[in-house]
Design a protein around this ligand. Sequence first.
Ligand code: ZN
Length: 272
Amino acid sequence: MAKIHFFEAGYCTHPACVAVRGAGFGACQFPARVFVLEANGRFWLWDTGYAEHFFDASRGIYALYPAITPVFFNPSEHISRQLHAIALNPSDLQGVIISHFHADHIAGLKDFAHIPFIGRRLAFDFLKPLKGLKALKQGFLPNLMPSDFESRFMAVEQFLPKALPEHLCLDEPHAPKTAWALPNSNDEILLVPLDGHAIGQIGAFVLTDKGWELIASDSAWSAQNFLGRPPAKISHLIMHDVPAFYRTLSHLSQWHQRGVAIHLSHELDEKT
Ligand SMILES: [Zn+2]
């Protein structure tokens, strides 16, 4: 059975009510969570969280990004260094899976030499030519991309499509019916589109000894979002496709009701 290992690499702050309607204007910490997926004796990193590269890449016009959501990061939190906690080196990974290209998910890519980067071709092709304000509007900082990114990029669209297990198939026209099986994962990691939050966002169903679990990336900022308390309307400004975001939220709610454990990239810390 596959396993999910949990890490955090930095955090940003913004008002709680942006993420959960009615949660107040107090500043909350939104950790950048990172996962290592283990299946079939192999390991993949799911996103990188923040890294010091973020501060280099957010200069000039790009300084607007941390001005809107202040970022806090301790160098000891580089995910490339935290891998030691599970006795791994960066070179032991099969690849870095990129859920989407927002800066808080790709800031550490430059810490991973030689291994493949796995993500949506649709997203990469859209973002590649963008610079300045157009890039910022997509939450994308071009200087975070390693210079050899394209030569190491593996598009999930080229992976074998596989029917989702019946338990995960929802009776809705927009819900995913097939997934991309992650090569060499023994079909225990199935990648699915989770549309709405950012262009080409993906999630992963992972078959652990508790059953299917879902890495849902930024499809919600808190479990409350899919339990009846959606994010504030102001958050629509940063969504790629608002109707698709709410469709995906409804899918999360149904998977949750079917007992699928859902792991988000930025669980809201309401204690702060
Ligand atoms: Zn995002």
